[in-house]
Design a protein around this ligand. Structure first.
Ligand SMILES: Cc1ncc(COP(=O)(O)O)c(C=O)c1O
Length: 387
């Protein structure tokens, strides 16, 4: 298998850990264990009782039940926990696809949603969200892409990086199109619970037997360091993921599965705090974009915590993002990794004071692009963000 390099991950390796202001990540501000213990009623005794044993192949029963209750139909047999949704994507594609299979994938999108299929030897058809439509998904553009040869449809909505999503009636139509084709549906719902004035989309795995639906602790939950994700689907499909799991990760850690179980059980306690924070940052971003309409164009996102703006007069944002990382201590991700070099992925899930300061530094970098950039003073880091 030949995997392409992922420019997004290369960028994160270079700048994520070496900048103190994060305008680039796609998740909300992370929680500390102390905060989680308070919010999720986890006692020292609870933690002390955890044995660092193996966990069952499909995941610990407590976590599977919590996930089935929140996202599924209550049946834990239709849930498998995964090592981040990254493992879910890898398992599902390698279990269900072979060389020459045709897949339809949303574009722009998270790199592994197409690169894993490409490494297997699949032919990739892209369902392109067009900038001129504000990246609104166009079902009329999807329809002709799906043919009797389509083996799998791969979608992430709300979408990283654009923040685009579907209206509920479009979701129904989307599902009708895929269901009628009989193709597998891989639904990456990383941002399902993070919406901005748009209704939360229903769970497609409850309505289509050939759907495998992926979720993660990394985005709305602010817990990427647990490396816990999940896959919802029919038990016979989940069983097909096991042989690969047995050689790849065997199982997850009972410690992080326990934290994830508590987080899912009391999800609303975490989501309400970080959801409100993200909404306030989105208002800041909206005001900033209004105030600097001479510099920036964007479409406000319907979900997730990333936007995908352009800056006037900049056809390739990579140097700007490099300058921001090096001279302004700010992480911003160039759109080249998503096939749109004239854009940036701008994450707004972070620490609020930091976000405001980051936008100000971005303005200065944009205004002084042609002048030598000055290094700005740094402030203490109040929190870390998800990738
Ligand atoms: C849409 C999407 N899917 C999957 C992932 C993988 O995340 P994780 O493995 O942390 O769950 C990411 C990470 O950025 C993502 O944005």
């Amino acid at each position: 298998m030949k995997l392409r390099r992922a420019p997004l991950e290369d960028w994160m390796r270079d700048f994520y850990f070496d900048t103190s202001i994060d305008l680039g990540s796609s998740g909300v501000q992370c929680w500390t264990l102390a905060e989680l213990r308070g919010l999720l009623d986890i006692s020292h005794e609870d933690l002390d009782a955890i044995a660092f044993d193996d966990s069952p192949s499909y995941g610990g029963p407590g976590l599977r039940t919590a996930l089935a209750d929140r996202f599924g139909d209550g049946d834990p047999d239709r849930v498998m926990s995964t090592h981040g949704s990254t493992e879910g994507i890898f398992l599902v594609m390698n279990a269900l696809l072979g060389p020459g299979d045709e897949i339809v994938v949303i574009d722009p999108g998270y790199h592994s949603l197409w690169s894993v299929a490409e490494s297997i030897g699949c032919s990739i058809k892209r369902w392109r969200l067009r900038p001129e439509d504000g990246f609104t998904p166009d079902l009329d553009a999807l329809r002709p892409l799906i043919t009797p040869r389509t083996r799998m449809v791969v979608v992430n909505l709300p979408n990283n990086p654009t923040g685009a999503t579907l209206r509920p009636e479009q979701f129904d139509e989307f599902l009708d199109i895929v269901t009628a084709s009989g193709a597998y549906l891989v639904w990456d719902g990383a941002f399902t619970e993070l919406t901005h004035g748009t209704p939360q989309l229903p769970e497609p795995a409850l309505r289509y037997e050939r759907c495998l639906s992926l979720g993660t602790m990394s985005k709305a939950y602010g817990l990427p360091g647990t490396r816990v994700g999940w896959c919802l689907g029919a038990p016979d499909l989940l069983a097909r993921l096991l042989p690969l799991r047995d050689v790849l990760t065997i199982c997850l850690s009972p410690f992080t599965e326990y934290i994830a179980e508590r987080a899912v059980t009391h999800a609303d306690r975490l989501l309400s705090i970080r959801g409100a924070q993200t909404a306030r940052n989105l208002r800041r971003l909206t005001d900033w974009a209004d105030d600097h309409a001479d510099l920036v164009s964007w479409t406000p996102p319907g979900g997730g915590c990333t936007a995908f703006p352009t800056f006037h007069g900049i056809s390739d944002t990579e140097q700007l993002c490099r300058d921001l990382g090096r001279d302004y201590d700010v992480l911003l991700v160039p759109g080249s990794g998503f096939g749109h070099p004239d854009r940036v992925r701008l994450g707004f899930g972070g620490v609020e004071a930091e976000f405001t300061e980051g936008l100000d530094r971005l303005r200065r970098a944009l205004e002084t692009r042609t002048a030598p950039a000055r290094r700005t003073g740094t402030r203490p880091i109040e929190g870390a963000l998800a990738r």
